[in-house]
Design a protein around this ligand. Structure first.
Ligand code: HEC
Length: 119
């Protein structure tokens, strides 16, 4: 077998690295993980996908943020800051701060936000 020239090997390694670097950006939403995180956090106590409960249906949220470049950042803030929200009965509460296992796993929260925005 003829040995593979060094330059060809270098090209293969470079191409491989380029693909690896591209993967995180192209990562699709993991819908099952998003739903599981929402379920374990009791988000569905106040939210549904299509209809409004105490909180707005998440399709409505997706519509509201459609085309807004900072949508992901705003919802990340919403889920981690405990800002005040108004419930159906008019009372004001701190919005639930999302919990992940391990704690503060931004990637998990981001996946849920991206899923909500994709609805
Ligand atoms: C006690 C009820 C309650 C729970 C539990 C709850 N939410 Fe909410 N949520 C609300 C209310 C009320 C609003 C409306 C906020 C507003 O528009 O003022 C809201 C708004 C939102 C929005 C839209 C924010 C925006 O900027 O338009 C998202 C997204 C959201 N919640 C996600 C979640 C997720 C994810 C969970 C679980 C970690 C969760 N909520 C748990 C009541 C709740």
């Amino acid at each position: 077998m003829t040995p593979i020239p060094r330059s060809v090997l270098a090209a293969i390694v470079t191409a491989g690295l380029a693909v690896l670097a591209f993967v995180p950006a192209a990562r699709a939403v993991d819908q099952d993980a998003a739903r599981t995180l929402a379920r374990t956090n009791n988000c569905f106590k106040c939210h549904a996908i299509t209809r409004d409960k105490d909180g707005p249906g998440w399709k409505k949220v997706a519509d509201k943020y459609k085309g807004k470049p900072d949508a992901e950042a705003q919802l990340m803030h919403h889920l981690t800051s405990g800002e005040m929200v108004k419930l159906a009965d008019g009372s004001q509460v701190h919005h639930k701060i999302i919990k992940t296992d391990p704690a503060n796993d931004t990637a998990q929260i981001k996946n849920l936000v991206d899923w909500i925005l994709s609805l």
